[in-house]
Design a protein around this ligand. Sequence first.
Ligand SMILES: [Zn+2]
Length: 50
Amino acid sequence: MTNEPMPNQTPALCASCNSTLQGEYCHHCGEKRIEPGKDLSLLAFLNETI
Ligand SMILES: [Zn+2]
């Protein structure tokens, strides 16, 4: 067994400036946090509405 530390969450990085996000928005450029899971559900939602 490996004994490597496994973080529950990968540190969110700003899509624009690659800064580590400390909240919902980037403190560096103000870009909103992008969550891949949300994007996928949004895509599915769009697919159903179209
Ligand atoms: Zn940023």
